[in-house]
Design a protein around this ligand. Structure first.
Ligand SMILES: [Zn+2]
Ligand SMILES: [Zn+2]
Length: 314
């Protein structure tokens, strides 16, 4: 049945490419009732064309009565008022973000994907639809505050245009390089002069990202810590040395806190996001009963044993 559906879709699509155009007549009536605007839309298919073979996405037929500008209509049945809240716009997916970059003139066809990849790699964003990490937000905000020019899409777009101008021979490489060097020098001065503030803002973001949840023993934040000697990362209680709770971590991949607590052992759950792999949520405690049921993580997950807790916050 699955195959049949697939076949039908292919066949119908093929037929549709050979069929004639479909024509739809649409009307729109703008009405006002008191101060509030109302809109009525009607649509009627006048020529079926390819819709005959490929009805998906076909518009619903809605007949509107004939109206002239200035006509008055009577309200016979007022719909009950509905309570609603505005929704934030949905997050961009990778595909949508690439479209947006195209629209703003950022990057080229061949670089856009790599630009987004490097945002993932640096841990500024995670997931798809894409969400920013606290570090990502902090970096963007620090740049906006202290070096507004480089955080604006206009500047990058202007640079791309200049590069196109080199290709077209309208500007020389020299001119463009000089121009951007000058601009970057200016930005460098700006950043240099506010170096400590920039660092503080970004550090705050990184600190936030490293909080993986709450210690089940003492309630203090659990942070990702890098062991000083081995450079291996693990999760440790920020109340050390009073509390010595630690958890081992996989050494690769981006870790994202989830706000979830494991129902079986009370340890926080975290999400692992690595390139080319499905995100994976797991309980931090390697001896948690849920572990024997999930994929074993042994081998990638050596305990930080022997190194002690006093890691350095990288
Ligand atoms: Zn603790
Ligand atoms: Zn657990």
């Amino acid at each position: 049945p699955q195959e049949w559906k697939m076949y039908e879709l292919v066949a119908r699509r093929f037929m549709a490419t050979l069929a004639g155009e479909a024509r739809v007549l649409s009307v729109r009536a703008d009405l006002t009732c008191g101060p509030e605007p109302f809109v009525a839309r009607g649509s009627r298919t006048v020529e079926e064309g390819w819709y005959r073979f490929y009805p998906y996405g076909r518009k619903k037929e809605v007949d509107l009565p004939h109206l002239e500008a200035g006509d008055e209509v009577e309200v016979t049945d007022a719909p009950p008022p509905k309570r609603g809240e505005t929704q934030p716009p949905p997050r961009y997916t990778q595909g949508k973000l690439i479209e947006k970059m195209e629209e703003l003139g950022l990057g080229t066809k061949s670089t856009r994907h790599a630009i987004i990849e490097s945002l993932y790699e640096r841990g500024y964003i995670y997931g798809d639809p894409i969400a920013p990490t606290e570090t990502g937000i902090a970096v963007a905000e620090a740049l906006r505050k202290f070096a507004g020019v480089i955080s604006s899409p206009e500047m990058t777009a202007a640079l791309e245009r200049d590069m196109d101008a080199i290709v077209e021979g309208a500007e020389t490489r020299r001119e463009v390089v000089d121009k951007s060097r000058e601009m970057l020098e200016e930005v460098m001065h700006l950043l240099e002069s506010s170096r400590s503030q920039v660092a503080a803002e970004i550090r705050n973001g990184i600190r936030e990202d490293r909080v993986m949840g709450t210690c089940p023993e003492c309630g203090s934040p659990l942070r990702v810590i890098r062991a000083r000697k081995s450079k291996k990362r693990f999760v440790g209680c920020s109340n050390y040395p009073q509390c010595t709770v630690t958890y081992p971590l996989p050494q690769n991949g981006n870790l994202v806190p989830t706000d979830e607590v494991c129902p079986e052992c009370g340890s926080p759950k975290v999400r692992m996001v690595s390139r080319g792999r499905k995100p994976w949520t797991f309980c931090l405690d390697p001896s948690c009963p849920t572990k024997s049921r999930e994929n074993p993580t042994d081998g990638h997950n050596p305990p930080p044993g022997g190194e002690g807790h006093p890691g350095e916050e990288a």
